[in-house]
Design a binder for this molecule. Structure first.
Ligand code: NAP
Length: 473
């Protein structure tokens, strides 16, 4: 069941704008139009930058920014059902997962409000050098300037929140370009910010052809920072073109999990089943590659398969659905093609249930196959028997990605070895690497990105230090 059609306009300079052209937003499950959004082009994006520039001429005090952030968090709580339903409708995300996302966005705004209130520079100990004697010095944290934010389809609310909330905490105005397939949640968030008292121009939202809008954000020198979450190719391409700005990238992964022989195998199987297929594997940290020490392999697989087969595949609008559709037909065909091209044994799934890909487990695929080293971004896990934790670490590191990785083990030595040697931005121990709580420093190395999100870290990125030196009387 899909809610009534949602129609949204662009937000520029505090006004909701129509352009005469519309983009239909379709349910990835039914194909029905669930909403439509006014379509922007380069002209509207330039106007959005103008509005942001004008807004920043009159800084908003920290207490006001924090109050707005707190009010948005409260509104997300009050309107939880509506927000979760909208995420589910436009992204095809099962309600269970959509509810978690809506809840997490509250948390993101709450943490950002704290950051707004404690944003401060630091004292510089000037008399530590002879040259500094008789002087007082400190730093101010200044907003970096206008932020251009570009977000992906898979967390249409909370990944937008991870850009808007820290930017406001830092005192930066924003031009947001959400994913064309899922712009409705972002525009709802913009409404909530406006209702919470955000003055005109501090947030502007444009939806339209990605490269046209992206070009404006790259080329306009008034945009000082681009914060991008999405695929590696697009992200690094933007960074190459925007030499004179900060370009903060949160990109893909091919998420590995190691199960050591001494692990609680039942816990590991449960966590893999819960975190490899939720939202049809369309999370950048969805469990994809599982490396199991050989002596635990059969027990692990025997525990995993029934759990995977018990996941409910179907309509994302139903509260008990675990696995819904992938975002579109092209993604579905690509994922099926990667499964078919694998030399591994398909232990379960590998085909369709209606129009949906059944949760798929592939045993022992070759190392160079796409399912073994690229990002599947679908409901597919591989399980591979290995001789040692060392071999598992080497295989886990054998991709161009490095966002999060996990290990299940009862040995402190294994855990700490993995934490030191896994080349990833985050390592989880006895928890799936899909775990994220919104205050954590979250981000990758290698092709997975170059920054950390989480309000505390994002605010640091969105501000810069200004040194003040005072000659003492
Ligand atoms: P995508 O295709 O790269 O799109 C992401 C955003 O970039 C969308 O708003 C898209 O606009 C825009 N875009 C595309 N081409 C552009 C261009 N030339 N210039 C400027 N903007 C452009 O990624 P996606 O398919 O939405 O998301 C999935 C990817 O995101 C996966 O790789 C996933 O791992 C990654 N991801 C990473 C994180 C993280 O935190 N590290 C979190 C979630 C997802 P249109 O929608 O209009 O094309």
């Amino acid at each position: 069941m899909v809610a009534a059609l949602t129609e949204k306009r662009l937000l520029i300079g505090g006004e909701w704008i129509e352009t005469g052209e519309w983009i239909d937003v379709r349910s990835p499950y039914s194909g029905d139009v669930v909403g439509r959004v006014a379509k922007a082009g380069a002209r509207e994006t330039c106007q959005a930058v103008d509005a942001a520039e004008k807004a920043m001429r009159e800084p908003l005090p920290a207490h006001k920014r924090a109050e707005i952030l707190v009010k948005v968090a409260a509104a997300l709580g009050r309107r939880h059902d509506e927000v979760a339903r909208l995420i589910s409708d436009e992204a095809g995300k099962p309600m269970k997962a959509a509810r978690v996302e809506a809840q997490r966005a509250m948390s993101t705004y709450t943490f950002a409000a704290v950051e707004a209130r404690k944003l401060a520079g630091e004292m510089v100990p000037m008399d530590a050098a002879q040259a500094g004697t008789g002087k007082l010095a400190f730093t101010l944290r200044q907003p970096v300037g206008i932020v251009g934010a570009i977000s992906p389809f898979n967390f249409p609310l909370n990944l937008v929140a991870h850009k808007l909330a820290p930017a406001l905490a830092a005192g930066c105005a924003v031009v947001l370009k959400p994913a064309s397939q899922t712009p409705l949640s972002a525009l709802l968030l913009a409404e909530l910010e406006q209702e919470a008292g955000l003055p005109p121009g501090w947030l502007n939202v444009v939806v339209g052809p990605a490269s046209e809008l992206g070009d404006v954000l790259v080329e306009d020198e008034r945009v000082k920072l681009i914060t991008f979450t999405g695929s590696s190719g697009v992200g690094w391409g933007l960074r190459e073109r925007a030499h004179r700005k900060r370009v903060n990238l949160e990109l893909g992964n091919s998420t590995p999990v190691i199960v050591a022989a001494d692990a609680d195998v039942s816990l590991a199987a449960t966590k893999v089943a819960q975190n490899g297929f939720s939202f049809a594997g369309q999370s950048c940290i969805s469990v994809q590659r599982v490396y199991v020490e050989r002596s635990a392999y059969d027990t692990f697989v025997a525990a995993l398969i029934p759990l995977v087969e018990s996941l409910k595949v179907g309509d994302p609008a139903e509260e008990d659905t675990d696995v819904g559709p992938v975002i579109d037909d092209d993604a579905r065909e690509r994922i099926l093609e990667w499964i078919r091209a694998s030399s591994g044994d398909v232990l379960t799934g590998g085909d369709l249930e209606g129009e949906l890909i059944r949760p798929t487990v592939i045993a022992n695929p070759a190392r160079e196959e796409k399912v073994s080293c690229e990002e599947v971004f679908g409901p597919v896990c591989t399980v591979t028997a290995v001789e040692s934790v060392d071999e598992a670490i080497e295989l886990a590191n054998g991709t161009r990605y490095g966002l999060q990785a996990g290990i299940f083990t009862s040995s402190i030595a294994n855990a700490l070895t993995a934490a030191q040697r896994l080349e990833f931005g985050g390592v989880t121990v006895n928890e799936a690497p899909t775990f994220r709580s919104d205050q954590m420093p979250y981000g990758g190395v290698k092709d997975s990105g170059n920054t950390r999100e989480g309000p505390h870290y994002a605010v640091r990125e969105m501000t810069e230090e200004r040194l003040v030196v005072v000659e003492l009387p």
